[in-house]
Design a protein around this ligand. Structure first.
Ligand SMILES: O=C(O)COP(=O)(O)O
Ligand SMILES: [Mg+2]
Length: 227
């Protein structure tokens, strides 16, 4: 591991999950549509769900409900979130895949001695099951989800919480994500470098965001970190 930024050696890489490591939107769509069927509402399609991902499960469900007849009263909306999570957590991986190069590249980074972590807005239970189902849970020394702290990305709180669990300083960390919330959270946390993948679920053009580079693909990360 030879890469340094401002003479502080890079010791850790923190990853976003949905749209960065895992193409998870099909399972989110299936769980959404199972909920909608129970409510007697029409289904949502992949493109719609893709645009709804990134702010955690409660927001996803709110957007799904808004798109299919309207958001019900708070009690009923909360019941819908609970029901959605029960459906989704039972099988979050049937239609989900790692993006190309993810498994191999995580292996290379780990072999180079980097500490790896996940900071996602997806709730913890579904996150842990998804990582396990896709065979990469063991790569991460720490994982934080959308329900691990009072705030989620774009707040820096979960990023800083993850780094504390990893035992590294922001100046020793590279953050890799796919959307505007990742860039904002990682920047506010003060990490050494923020990189974005070109294929995720970003809702604004990546070019306009204050990151330090857009990867050509996930595997390029190993070269960027000299692993
Ligand atoms: O659950 C979400 O909204 C997306 O989670 P992410 O932070 O892994 O992209
Ligand atoms: Mg993401």
């Amino acid at each position: 591991m030879t890469d340094t930024v401002n003479s502080s050696p890079i010791r850790a890489v923190a990853f976003d999950l949905d749209g960065t490591l895992v193409d998870s939107v099909a399972d989110l769509m299936h769980a959404s549509n199972a909920l909608l069927a129970e409510l007697g509402r029409p289904p949502v399609d992949l493109a719609a769900v893709r645009s709804f991902v990134g702010d955690g499960a409660p927001k996803l469900v709110e957007r799904v409900l808004a798109a299919t007849g309207g958001v019900p009263a708070p009690d009923e909306a909360a019941r819908c979130v609970k029901r959605f999570l029960a459906i989704y957590e039972a099988d979050p991986s049937a239609h989900s895949t790692l993006y190309p190069g993810v498994a191999e590249t995580l292996g290379r980074l780990a072999e180079a001695g980097l500490r790896l972590g996940v900071c996602t807005n997806k709730p913890m239970a579904a996150t842990l099951r998804l990582l396990d189902d896709l065979g990469i849970a063991g790569r991460f020394a720490a994982v934080v989800g959308g329900d691990s702290y009072p705030s989620r990305k774009p707040s820096p709180e979960p990023v800083l919480g993850l780094l504390e669990r990893l035992g590294v300083a922001p100046a020793q960390t590279v953050f890799v994500g796919d959307n505007e919330h990742d860039v904002a959270a990682a920047r506010a946390a003060g990490v050494a470098r923020v990189l974005v993948v070109p294929y995720g679920y970003a809702r604004v053009p990546l070019d306009g965001l204050p990151h330090d580079g857009i990867l050509g693909g996930f595997a390029e990360l190993a070269e960027r970190l000299s692993c």
